[in-house]
Design a protein around this ligand. Structure first.
Ligand code: HEC
Ligand code: HEC
Length: 472
């Protein structure tokens, strides 16, 4: 309701005058004579009824005034401090495995786009900040064992698994160097071919129920076979040839015996199982955020704390929720897919956000995408599925406007409908964006930050003839 305050006072004053006049007339000509009240009694009754009319007019003014105040002015009055007691969840898996909320069945594609939010996420009062468990759950038919992990690691680093022997999984997912991705906007496969999508980090991928940007794989076992035969990645002509390559390498026989038992055949399924088992050990639980949730109240800076609160209040948690900051995690996979971008903004054109529409077949551009985890996100730029954004601050601005409608004031031209739309909405101010970015940095593992710093220290300047080739 929008009523100018001047108009409101005029209306309230007129209502008050009419109300008082009616009351006085009623007492003078009707109630007074009927109740045989003397003049004094009539005055008393008129005053009592008149006070009621006055109170009603004041209430009316108050209600309309409050309804028109900007939200930010009222919220602090009625909201509790957003973070009071951090909740420590040391071993959520124990409870999760026993509860019916945890299922191995892949989530059906029907959930695409239908964003029914879990109650505890949509209600900030019940939102729980959680840390990751130290171990990733493994499917019953591929338990994680040390021997399998060791074999998986060998395979992960083996360039012989690519067609021309130049690339391993680790070429695009640099685990030892830190980030678990390749730092490029889109990955470069064999023969220098550029792919269309950014490489996500493999750190904590073990906690995702859906893998790849479009969520097309439902397990790490299934995922691992993809890049081997993707012509733009490792380019092997067939999975059978991958088996042959591994069988031909005598170094693998012993490792396979240890992992799967004596003389078991080397098959592509076992290769994928071993890689998946290794990936299930790529977990980070040592970020400042995790330390904070475990009870170290000094782990986050004031800006990061404000960012954490904003992250919830502006609605990032609607999609990036739970211990892995993703609606597509194994902890709660009820909303793994979300439309992106939701609102039309100029960002869409600037960063070609609709050129690839993920899992949607409609080709509308407003595709549906798996909600990515935000753990270590500050270390894995460039960002978004096409790696088009190189500044995390810009990503937060994009997210808050295209996903949440914090748009400011934009004129957007729709070519297909031949209309100019005037989009208005509350704008997230620069300070808030900065605080959210600071909070995203708090999701970076201490160990990975150290590894990246070490790598930068020991790498030699590019294009320096004295040190050429030493980086490899
Ligand atoms: C040429 C670079 C390249 C190589 C080599 C490569 N990947 Fe990837 N990886 C990518 C890209 C790009 C994506 C995203 C593709 C998409 O979403 O369509 C990806 C996605 C993934 C994901 C999904 C992560 C997530 O959060 O969804 C995992 C896990 C993964 N790769 C593991 C591997 C393994 C295991 C290997 C080796 C067998 C490997 N990758 C080889 C580039 C590469
Ligand atoms: C409606 C769901 C939704 C909301 C709300 C949302 N996001 Fe996202 N977010 C996504 C999806 C989907 C993607 C993947 C986009 C793509 O395909 O490029 C994403 C990607 C991201 C990325 C890039 C990840 C990467 O590895 O490149 C960041 C950072 C991010 N979101 C932060 C935020 C922040 C901060 C907020 C709150 C201001 C927020 N998101 C709100 C769904 C959402």
């Amino acid at each position: 309701m929008i009523l100018g305050s001047m108009n409101l006072f005029v209306v309230a004053a007129i209502a008050l005058l009419v109300g008082v006049a009616v009351t006085v007339a009623m007492v003078r000509y009707d109630l007074g004579p009927k109740g045989r009240l003397a003049r004094g009694g009539q005055w008393l009754l008129a005053t009592a009824l008149g006070t009621g009319v006055l109170a009603f007019a004041i209430k009316l003014v108050l209600i309309v005034t409050i309804a028109n105040l900007p939200e930010m002015m009222i919220a602090p009055l009625i909201e509790k401090a957003p973070i009071e007691r951090p909740v420590s969840v040391r071993d959520p898996l124990a409870g999760l495995l026993a509860s019916s909320r945890f299922r191995w069945q892949p989530v059906s594609m029907e959930t695409v786009g239908s964003a029914k939010l879990p109650e505890e996420v949509s209600n900030p009062a019940t939102y729980i900040w959680q840390t990751l468990p130290d171990q990733a759950p493994a499917p019953p038919d591929n338990p994680t064992t040390p021997a399998k992990v060791a074999l998986g690691r060998m395979l992960f680093f083996d360039t012989n698994l690519s067609h021309d022997g130049t690339l391993s999984c680790s070429s695009c997912h640099d685990v030892d160097g830190g980030s678990g991705d390749d730092g490029s906007s889109t990955s470069v496969g064999i023969d220098g071919q550029k792919g269309g999508r950014n490489a996500p980090t493999v750190w904590n991928a073990a906690f995702q129920s859906r893998l790849f940007w479009d969520g097309r794989a439902t397990s790490l076992e299934e995922q691992a076979k993809g890049p081997l035969v993707n012509p733009l990645e490792m380019g092997m002509p067939s999975l059978a040839l991958v088996e042959t390559r591994v069988r031909q390498n005598p170094g693998y026989r012993e490792a396979f015996d240890g992992a799967f038992g004596e003389d078991q055949p080397i098959t592509i399924d076992r290769i994928a199982e071993a890689i998946a088992a290794y990936e299930r050990t790529l977990i980070t639980t040592d970020s400042p955020y995790d330390r904070f949730v475990r009870g170290d109240l000094d782990a986050l800076s004031p800006s990061q704390l404000r960012g954490m609160s904003l992250f919830q209040r502006v609605g990032c948690v609607q999609c990036h929720y739970g211990p892995n900051f993703s609606g597509a995690s194994l902890f709660d996979a009820r909303t793994p897919f979300r439309i992106f971008p939701v609102y039309p903004t100029p960002y869409e054109i600037r960063y070609r956000l609709t050129e690839d529409s993920g899992a949607s077949s409609a080709g509308s551009g407003r595709g549906s995408w798996r909600v990515p985890s935000l753990r270590n996100v500050a270390l894995t730029g460039p960002w978004l599925h096409n790696g088009s954004v190189t500044d995390l601050t810009e990503v937060v601005r994009i997210m808050s406007s295209v996903q949440l409608g914090y748009t400011g004031h934009y004129l957007v031209w729709s070519d297909s409908h031949k209309v100019m739309t005037d989009l208005k909405g509350p704008l997230l101010d620069d300070e808030s964006v900065k605080d959210i970015v600071a909070f995203l940095h708090a999701l970076s593992s201490d160990e990975l930050v150290k590894r990246i710093a070490r790598k930068e220290e020991t790498s030699y300047p590019e294009n320096d003839p004295m040190t050429a080739g030493l980086n490899q």
